[in-house]
Design a protein around this ligand. Structure first.
Ligand SMILES: Nc1ncnc2c1ncn2[C@@H]1O[C@H](COP(=O)(O)OP(=O)(O)O)[C@@H](O)[C@H]1O
Ligand SMILES: CC(=O)N[C@@H](CCC(=O)OP(=O)(O)O)C(=O)O
Length: 257
């Protein structure tokens, strides 16, 4: 029997606001057993880029990352957001260790090839070092992963946080019985985005594709669900999309194979 491990991914809207971040850190600290936190921070990067006079462009939920934007996201995700979370968890008795993919070579990626869209310095994950993460976890360390990877040739690359969470959960599922929870500001995948009570309790791929065709699922929810189906089909035991403050309350949307 594998030991249980929980991977929590938390998005930009939760981490940018003090009150919701505090609540999330309290809830995360209370999770029993082995755990990993993956954070985003897209909204904070957009705000700080704007202060520096840099426009943000997103295509298909991914940031077009030119050389100046890469500097901003490295500072914001690897610095400000990551270290705030690490300090917050340390204050709650959790021995957090902040990591980008470059640290200890934990996530290696390849710059996304230019096809119809040139995403710039955006990395597609090639390899996650699950053994190293497992060694840290067994020492009582709680990894806090920023949405940054590296190419092994000296370049940092921006990588969507939902993808970091999915790939990390997939790699760790070789060693642990993994539950992956995507936390955000809504109660789950909704039938009507404006009705918080319209949570779809379970979803499979055929239903997902139907909901996209009907326009029910769109924007950032598409890559989140793509990553969810990939994870559940690659050995992750459970994938749930839910309200950040409901980690301990159940509910949300469960991904079916
Ligand atoms: N059917 C749906 N149910 C819930 N959210 C949806 C749906 N379709 C689109 N969305 C949008 O997807 C967003 C979540 O994606 P994203 O902003 O990438 O998340 P995160 O904050 O975790 O990075 C929601 O804020 C919502 O606006
Ligand atoms: C390549 C790419 O799009 N990277 C994302 C990484 C941050 C992220 O995913 O943050 P959220 O979880 O808050 O959306 C970005 O720069 O927006």
């Amino acid at each position: 029997m594998k030991e249980k491990l929980t991977v929590i991914k938390v998005g930009g809207k939760i981490v940018e606001e003090e009150a919701t971040l505090k609540q999330l850190l309290d809830d995360f600290a209370a999770i029993e057993g082995h755990k990993v936190l993956v954070h985003g921070g897209g909204r904070s990067a957009t705000k700080i880029a704007a202060l520096l006079g840099i426009d943000s462009k997103m295509v298909n939920g991914r940031r077009i990352t030119d050389a100046e934007t890469l500097k901003v996201v490295t500072m914001v995700y690897g610095g400000l957001v990551n270290k705030n979370i690490v300090a917050g968890l340390q204050a709650r008795g959790v021995n957090a260790l902040g990591l980008t993919g470059a640290d200890m070579n934990v996530i290696r990626s390849m710059k996304r090839p230019v096809k119809e869209v040139d995403y710039g310095f955006v990395g597609d994950v090639e390899q996650v070092d699950a053994t190293l993460l497992s060694d840290l976890i067994h020492k009582g360390v709680v990894p806090v992963m920023a949405p940054l990877t590296h190419d092994g040739q000296g370049n940092m690359l921006n990588t969507n946080a939902d993808t970091i969470a999915g790939e990390t959960a997939k790699a760790l599922s070789a060693i642990f019985d993994v539950t992956l929870v995507y936390c955000f500001e809504k109660k789950g995948v909704l039938r009507d985005e404006n009705d918080d009570e319209s949570v779809i309790s379970q979803i499979n791929r055929a239903e997902f594709e139907r909901y996209i065709a009907e326009g029910v699922i769109q924007g950032g929810m598409i890559p989140k669900l793509e990553n969810s189906f990939e994870a559940i089909n690659a050995g992750v035991s459970e994938v749930i999309i839910t309200l950040a403050s409901a980690i301990h309350k159940g509910g949300g949307t469960r991904i079916k194979k």
